[in-house]
Structure formats: C-alpha cells, structure tokens
Design a protein around this ligand. Structure first.
Ligand SMILES: Cc1cc2nc3c(=O)[nH]c(=O)nc-3n(C[C@H](O)[C@H](O)[C@H](O)COP(=O)(O)OP(=O)(O)OC[C@H]3O[C@@H](n4cnc5c(N)ncnc54)[C@H](O)[C@@H]3O)c2cc1C
Length: 449
C-alpha cells in the first residue's frame, strides 16, 4: 500500500498570455509595441514592409541627399531585444470583430485579445487618381526613390537635349502642395537643380532650372503662424523657387501641369497635396470621415469595441481644445504609448488611463540651412531653426547607425551642397534624340534602298 494518498491527476490547464496584435510598424505601432516591453503579453507585430521608415526625412531621399538605409531600419532589428514580440511580414485585408480575428493577405488568420491598428495614410488625389502616375507623392522608400529617379533622369536628359522647348520642360520641376512636405521638397529640389549638380554637368548652369511650388491656399504652411509662412516664402524665393499661391492644379500629364488656362511644360511633378487614411474603416465595417479616418473615442476605440484601438494617421479624434489632432508623428507615438498603458490597465483591472496630447511644435525646413519652427509661445526661423530641426530629426531616428550617418550626411550637405545618393536605379530606356528622330530607326530605314 502506498504511503501517499492517491489523488486524481489534474489536467494541466495552459495559461495563455493575452495576445496583442499590432498592425503597422510605423510611429504609432512601434510606440505601442515598445511600451509593452517586458509586459506579460504576447505581441504580434504585422507590417506589409520589413522596415520602419522615418517619413519626415523622405524628401531627403527623394532629392538624393540621403540614402534609403539612412532613414529606414528593419523592424525585426528594432524590436529584436524585446522577447515578447513576434514580427510577421504580411498585409491585413480584413478584420472579423465577432471572432476577434485579423485576416492577412497570406490567408492566415491572426486571433487577438487586443488589436492596435496603426496603418497610417497614403496619398489622396481628390478623386483624380489618374494624376498619380505623373505626379507621384512620397510616402514610402519606393516612392522617394521613384521621385529621385524622375528628377535625376530629367537632369541627365536635359544635359544632351538640343531642342530648347524640350530641354526647358526637362529642367522644370513642379511641386504640388504648400504644406511642410511640399515646402521641404521644393527647397531641396531647388538646391539640387540650381547648385548641387551644376558642377557635374557641362550644359546645366545654376540658372537653367525652374522650380515651381503650387499651393491652393492663400499662404504656405497654413498650420504655422503667418510670420513664419512669410519667412518660408521669402526663403524659398531666395532659393529661386517660384511660389504660386491661391492656385489650383487642374490637370497633370507626363510632360505638363495645368493651372487653369496656364500650362507649365514640366517633365517632373511631385504631389504633396493631400492624404487619405489606410482602409482600416473598411476592414472594421466602420464609418469614416472625408479623409477615410476612423472616428475614435478618447481612448482610441472605434464605437462599440473596447478590444480595438485605432491610432495615428488612420484615426480621427479631437484634442483637449476640441480641435482634431494633426496627422503628425508625435500624435501617433503618444497614442501608441497610451494604448499600451490602457491594455495593461485593463489586464490588471485598473481604471483606464486618460490621454492628453502634448504638442511640442511644428517644424519645416527650407533648403540646407533654413527652417521655421513654431513652439507655440515662441517662434524660431533661419539658421538657428535649422540647427534645432537637424538635432531633433537626428535624435528621433531609430538606431545609432542611422543617427550617425544622417548627422554626417546633413553636415556634409550643409558644407558642400553635395548629394551623395544620386543613383538612378532600374532599367533606363534610351531616349530619342528628338521626337522626329527616334534612337532606333523604324524598320523601313534599316533596309538599304
Ligand atoms: C513625406 C512626409 C513627411 C512628413 N514629415 C513629418 C514631420 O516633419 N513631422 C511629423 O511629425 N510628421 C511628419 N509626417 C507625418 C508622419 O510621418 C505621420 O503622421 C506618421 O508616420 C503617422 O504614424 P502612423 O503610425 O499612423 O503611420 P505610419 O508611420 O505611416 O506607419 C504605418 C505602417 O503601417 C503599415 N501598413 C499600412 N497598411 C498595412 C496593411 N494593410 N497591412 C500591414 N501593414 C500596413 C505601413 O507599411 C507602415 O509601416 C510626414 C509624413 C510624410 C509622408
């Protein structure tokens, strides 16, 4: 007989940790993920790209000042030390709120206890999507390198173009939209076209190129105080940018931009005029505003679902002043950190934390040594603003290597106007010498008469 009392074996019940699914490894999604470091949860971070992009510096890639790897880093490497995260390269295509499952394009279903949607925004052409092919925007590394290719190819072709009209169209660059991205792009293109390349090309002098910035509003940088808008206008004009305010674009083609009755012959147009949220509202079967954003409550839940959070550029919510929160990185990051706190509070039965957005300021740079900064109570412009802008942007970059290479790149660019990333990648089609004289003669001419 056993000395020990026999007990019925108890089936071991595996204790499952709460599953947090974060969609999007942009500013919002990464902030949420990082704020859950060490927490007793299992996080699955899904992104359709394998890298996080520091979007505020995309215009530097588009104008060949920085390389893509300077402003982007692999998501896996960013979270590699965080043991409770698994990264999945896949794209979301639907959400079953009843079953609490995220549908991925690979066909996989991802169950969640908590879902954070931070899938950002894309360009909006206000119903004229046919313009996208001629006037690309910059939202991703691919976009920025496509714009870089367009600008550099136009310069290469202009070097040998003998027809004056075609050459002038090749050397005309139109930026559409006078917000921070448009202002930054126009200033950087002007410096590239007027200064940086002139010593490497034989027929392109600083005065050959024309850069036009078209803006529908009455002043540039509308969220900034009027004095800073005026300062940006002055700085751009000094850089040789032609600023067209109160002007709407009415057509865009492969070699022109139309402004009402006026046609500007230009081979390069870049779009910086509007954004549309990712289709998160569609995945959720939820209403959206005119920009496609999901309306959320003060804890970033879409109506009727306390298990889901929508943050960043995909969400629409008001700040403490009753005005909508802007689509900028600090909003996405603060919301990301907040939802992590909210998830932990809910898991421990604590009351939900309250959110208050802290706005640190608006920044925009104009060329390689000027910027405008609105800190609310005080404003800075010129070189001092540019130095602050550079420090802030370098500091917030993800990863030491990027910080170092971007800091060095900005300094070198400041000292020399150099653009070290002037690479045209991909197949390059030969261009006919002029329209009437193709490079490859038609077959009839190949046969001797
Ligand atoms: C050119 C440019 C310049 C900017 N400059 C500034 C600036 O100077 N200062 C500032 O504060 N803000 C700036 N912004 C805005 C800022 O970058 C955004 O507000 C911020 O990135 C929003 O963060 P987010 O997390 O909502 O989205 P994002 O950072 O855009 O991240 C969204 C992520 O979701 C992923 N994703 C999208 N769809 C899917 C899907 N279906 N499945 C899986 N993954 C998906 C994307 O790949 C991406 O990684 C700029 C934006 C641009 C485009």
């Amino acid at each position: 007989m056993s000395l020990f009392r026999q007990t019925r074996p108890v089936a071991a019940v595996p204790i499952r940790r709460p599953r947090v699914v974060v969609i999007g490894a942009g500013f919002g999604g990464l902030a949420a993920t990082r704020a859950l470091d060490g927490a007793d949860v299992d996080i699955t971070l899904v992104d359709r790209r394998n890298h996080h992009v520091f979007q505020p510096l995309l215009y530097q890639v588009a104008t060949a000042a920085l390389s893509p790897a300077d402003i982007a880093g692999p998501v896996r490497a960013i979270v590699c030390r965080q043991r409770n995260v698994q990264v999945i390269l896949d794209a979301v295509c639907g959400i079953d709120r009843t079953a609490r499952v995220v549908k991925l394009e690979s066909g996989r279903d991802l169950p969640y206890d908590w879902l954070v949607l931070a899938t950002g925004a894309r360009h909006s052409y206000f119903g004229r999507d046919d313009w996208a092919v001629h006037a690309p925007g910059i939202k991703s590394i691919e976009d920025a390198t496509a714009v870089r290719r367009k600008i550099l190819l136009a310069l290469e072709r202009a070097e040998t173009e003998t027809d004056k009209v075609r050459r002038s169209a090749l050397l005309t660059f139109v930026v559409i939209g006078g917000g921070p991205t448009g202002v930054e792009l126009a200033g950087a293109i002007a410096e590239l076209a007027h200064r940086s390349v002139s010593r490497d090309f034989r027929s392109i002098t600083p005065h050959c190129s024309r850069v036009v910035l078209v803006h529908r509003g009455k002043r540039l940088l509308e969220p900034f105080p009027e004095a800073l808008s005026a300062s940006a206008l002055r700085d751009l004009t000094k850089l040789g940018v032609e600023v067209r305010l109160d002007t709407a674009v009415t057509g865009v083609g492969c070699d022109h931009v139309m402004l009402g009755d006026e046609t500007i012959a230009a081979h390069t147009a870049v779009w910086a005029a509007g954004v549309m949220a990712s289709p998160a509202a569609k995945w959720l079967g939820h209403e959206s505003d005119r920009s496609g954003r999901v309306a959320v409550d003060e804890n970033f839940h879409p109506s009727g679902d306390a298990r889901i959070f929508v943050i960043g550029d995909t969400a629409s919510c008001n700040g403490a002043n009753g005005r909508p929160l802007p689509g900028i990185a600090p909003v996405a990051k603060q919301q990301g950190a907040h939802v992590a706190r909210a998830i932990l509070a809910a898991e421990t039965g604590a009351p939900p934390p309250s959110f208050r957005y802290r706005h640190y300021g608006n920044l925009a740079t104009i060329g390689r040594s000027h910027a405008v900064i609105d800190f609310g109570r005080w404003q800075v412009e010129g070189l001092a603003a540019w130095l602050i802008w550079s420090m802030i942007h370098v500091f917030f970059l993800v990863g030491f290597r990027n910080r170092f290479s971007v800091g060095w790149g900005l300094l070198w660019n400041y000292l020399t106007y150099a653009r070290h990333a002037r690479l045209i990648t991909g197949e390059i089609e030969p261009v006919p010498v002029n329209a009437a004289e193709p490079v490859v003669p038609p077959p009839a001419q190949l046969v001797p008469a």
